[in-house]
Design a protein around this ligand. Sequence first.
Ligand code: B16
Ligand code: MG
Length: 215
Amino acid sequence: MNTRGFIFDLDGVIVDTAKYHFLAWKKLANDIGIDFTHEQNEQLKGVSRVKSLEKILSWGNKVISEDKFMELMGKKNDDYLSYIAQMDAHEILPDVPKILTYLTDNKIPVALGSASKNARAILQKVNLITQFNAIVDGNDVTKAKPDPEVFLTAAQKLGIAPENCVVFEDSLAGIQAAKNANMVAIGIGETAILNEADFVFKDFTEIDLQFIAQL
Ligand code: B16
Ligand code: MG
């Protein structure tokens, strides 16, 4: 295999934290008189916390002060963190450890590229933090996916050229970020949504090690 680097998104790829984001955003939205559905939650996948709250407020036609905005962001995150506090390794999605172990056993560089500011805490909770050679999360970048910044920074930290990196992503914005970074984009989810990816798999149980080896 050429010297490839592999970059994993976190939410929706390694763990399913979308369900906790949903609970926390729904409570917050309902508290201020806005409805919040699973369909709307889907649209927040891969989207930063600030942008997520902006979208929820616009769906509810609500305008609030900057102070109130900051207060709501803090509330949502406190609530979200109460769910994260209960996570453990059982929440790692099927066959993710198989792929990570294969890559580390073969000394292939692995990075995390996530929009979440809670990524390190989540990796600690599920006991995967030592599997990554580099971690780039929402604290390290200023431009959100589909901007390629998060993945380009990850490639730089790994010391691998962008065109030799492979990205696993569950959101369309993330697939676009990977393509904007000139990387191979592998979608994890539905082909209908992730149609700009180079390959799409429903989940990691559909990916065999032979496929990884020949990339
Ligand atoms: P936080 P990813 C993203 O993570 C989530 O998909 C998205 O729903 C969330 O709003 C965003 O992180 C920010 O998360 O509030 O924890 O900073 O998919 O890029 O790993
Ligand atoms: Mg994701």
